[in-house]
Ligand binder design. Sequence first.
Ligand code: FES
Ligand code: FES
Length: 164
Amino acid sequence: MSNKKHVKLNVNGKDEEFLAEPRELLIYTLRERLDITGPHIGCETSHCGACTVTIDGKSVKSCTMYTVQAEGKDVTTIEGIGGPDDLHPLQTAFKEHHGLQCGYCTPGMITRATKLLEENPTPTEEEIRFGMAGNICRCTGYQNIVKSIQAAATEMNAAKEAAE
Ligand code: FES
Ligand code: FES
């Protein structure tokens, strides 16, 4: 007898419903079942952050969560943050300030950074480094990632002020 469970969740604003084995990890559901390939698989042991998504407003490493645990939740991946024609200020800043090299860590970095700036819109360099400590980059040395997040924060705060 199948022990598959019924799962219903919302990914990037779209309702999804399917049957999943209790051992299926969310990162595989996103990438292989739903074809949402922004979140990457790096370590599968919760160290690298390449698989970071946002679930009900919190940053989560999707390799550490069973899909059945996401039942009823809202999941946002990099695809839900911005696309080629509608870049999020963080995506623009990473592009302009060379916050990426190979790009493998970038979807997780930017997804995590959106939460960081939501929680703290004017972070110091130290706060950025602390807030991003769960995301590893093997290429950049982090300096330009920090610069990109600072630039995005400045841009987003200016846009917010202009709108007030
Ligand atoms: S793949 Fe999930 S933390 Fe590395
Ligand atoms: S840009 Fe290559 S791992 Fe971060």
